[in-house]
Design a protein around this ligand. Structure first.
Ligand code: 5RP
Length: 246
């Protein structure tokens, strides 16, 4: 048989997970040996952790210390042999890579759909930030109808939820305790708190004002808006990768 070129037909299918993986691999190119690295949570971040584990195994990366943003990521990274630490021992994080649920043109984000917003915010506010995700670009945060998650302490959560609802009464706010399973048991965060989901019928307008107002309610631990935190956002779409810098 004549030597020739073999062409395989395996068209790449752009599933959402493929796009997350493409963006994740691009983000990992910013990782250098010796870095203390914030490890995010979610499907995009899982691809990041997988890739870092792979590069460590291949000896292409060395001396990485990971700071996980959730118990889930902690377990996953540990299973891949990534050395881990925390902010007490490593208060300076060189780079954090994580996904996002919405990204506006100013690189303000909403994150934490999985309920890990507090640890994510702690880790990602301690470093040069770097957030990766696929096409979740929006013109207006909250515009895609996502709930505004607020982590609240369990003590008198109904009282806290009602105070939050009243803050945004003009935006037609409805506050619901996050539950899981058929028995609708309260969802408990990694930090032992509850999550109150705020749904709005109308725009809440000024994000910074909303952020400050939420944080001033006693019983609130954190919310999911990440304002002025991301320095770089990588977006993977069917037409390729876009890197947006602040
Ligand atoms: C989890 C997060 C995730 O990063 C965010 O929800 C995006 O998730 P995914 O990469 O699975 O789409 O903040 O708490």
């Amino acid at each position: 048989m004549e030597a020739g070129i073999l062409l395989t037909s395996s068209p790449f299918i752009f599933t959402q997970d493929n796009l997350k993986k493409i963006a994740a691999y691009k983000a990992v190119q910013y990782v250098e040996s010796g870095m203390v690295l914030g490890l995010g949570t979610g499907f995009t971040a899982k691809h990041v952790v997988d890739r870092i584990g792979e590069l460590l195994r291949q000896g292409k990366l060395k001396d990485i210390i990971g700071i996980p943003t959730s118990k889930k990521t902690h377990e996953h990274a540990l299973s891949l042999g990534i050395p881990l630490s925390d902010l007490n021992s490593h208060p300076v994080v060189d780079l954090a890579i994580d996904g996002a649920d919405e990204v506006n043109p100013f690189l303000n984000l909403v994150r934490g759909r999985g309920g890990c917003l507090l640890r994510e915010k702690m880790v990602e506010s301690a470093c040069k930030k770097f957030i990766v995700d696929e096409s979740k670009l929006v013109n207006c945060i909250g515009g895609s109808g996502l709930a505004m998650l607020v982590e609240v302490i369990q003590f008198c959560w109904k009282f806290t939820a009602e105070r939050l609802r009243r803050l945004f009464e003009e935006a037609g706010c409805v506050a619901k305790l996050r539950t899981f399973g058929e028995k609708e048991e309260p969802f408990v965060t990694d930090n032992g708190n509850f999550i109150v989901d705020l749904y709005f019928k109308r725009s809440i307008g000024d994000l910074k004002g909303a952020s400050n107002a939420i944080l001033q309610v006693a019983g609130v631990v954190e919310h999911r808006m990440f304002l002025d935190m991301a320095t770089t956002v990588i977006v993977a779409g069917e037409l390729g990768l876009t890197v947006k810098n602040k």
